[in-house]
Write a protein that binds this ligand. Structure first.
Ligand code: HEC
Length: 146
């Protein structure tokens, strides 16, 4: 449990650090607000993957991040500025959130039936979470690396 907490803290510190550095650039308050909410949702997903294991919460959080990616997709011309990778990061964030949601739904359903047969999918769920974090950090990094 100590290791898990440590891992949780260090992952979150990385995302937060990337987010706050990025915020030093110009941008709309609205995007910043949405991103800060995303940050809280990522924290919550990690907590539920590792410690509290409420898959219903994971479904909700992943859904919100997927919606956020869809929103960013619509505003690519305005948001991407000179980040040529922006669209790719948005699309990958979206597809990983979609996949995480699908896996969480299955685990949630099977657990409800008292069935442990989909527990092996927890590793895949974590891999999608990891890809989501990678997209957060990659987009922020390339946007400010000038
Ligand atoms: C495709 C690009 C992209 C992706 C992916 C992305 N962001 Fe952002 N992020 C932005 C933009 C654009 C802003 C707005 C910056 C501004 O307004 O100055 C932002 C701002 C932020 C901020 C605001 C920082 C602050 O202190 O106000 C946080 C926090 C943040 N993002 C977290 C995340 C998290 C968590 C993820 C992953 C779930 C993520 N971002 C994924 C582009 C992205």
């Amino acid at each position: 449990m100590k290791m898990k907490a440590l891992l949780l803290m260090s992952c979150l510190a990385t995302v937060f650090f990337a987010g706050s550095l990025y915020a030093q650039q110009e941008g709309t308050d609205y995007v910043q607000q949405k991103m800060a909410i995303n940050f809280a949702k990522m924290t919550s997903i990690l907590n539920h993957l590792l410690i509290d294991e409420n898959y219903e919460v994971i479904i909700q959080e992943a859904n919100a991040i997927e919606e956020h990616a869809k929103w960013m997709k619509k505003r690519i011309p305005e948001l991407r500025k000179d980040n040529e990778f922006f669209e790719g990061y948005v699309l990958q964030l979206e597809s990983n959130a979609t996949n995480l949601k699908a896996i969480a739904k299955r685990i949630y359903k099977e657990r409800g039936l008292g069935n442990k047969s989909s527990e092996f999918l927890r590793a895949q769920a974590s891999a999608h979470f990891g890809q989501m974090v990678t997209m957060c950090v990659s987009c922020h990094n390339t946007s400010r690396a000038k």
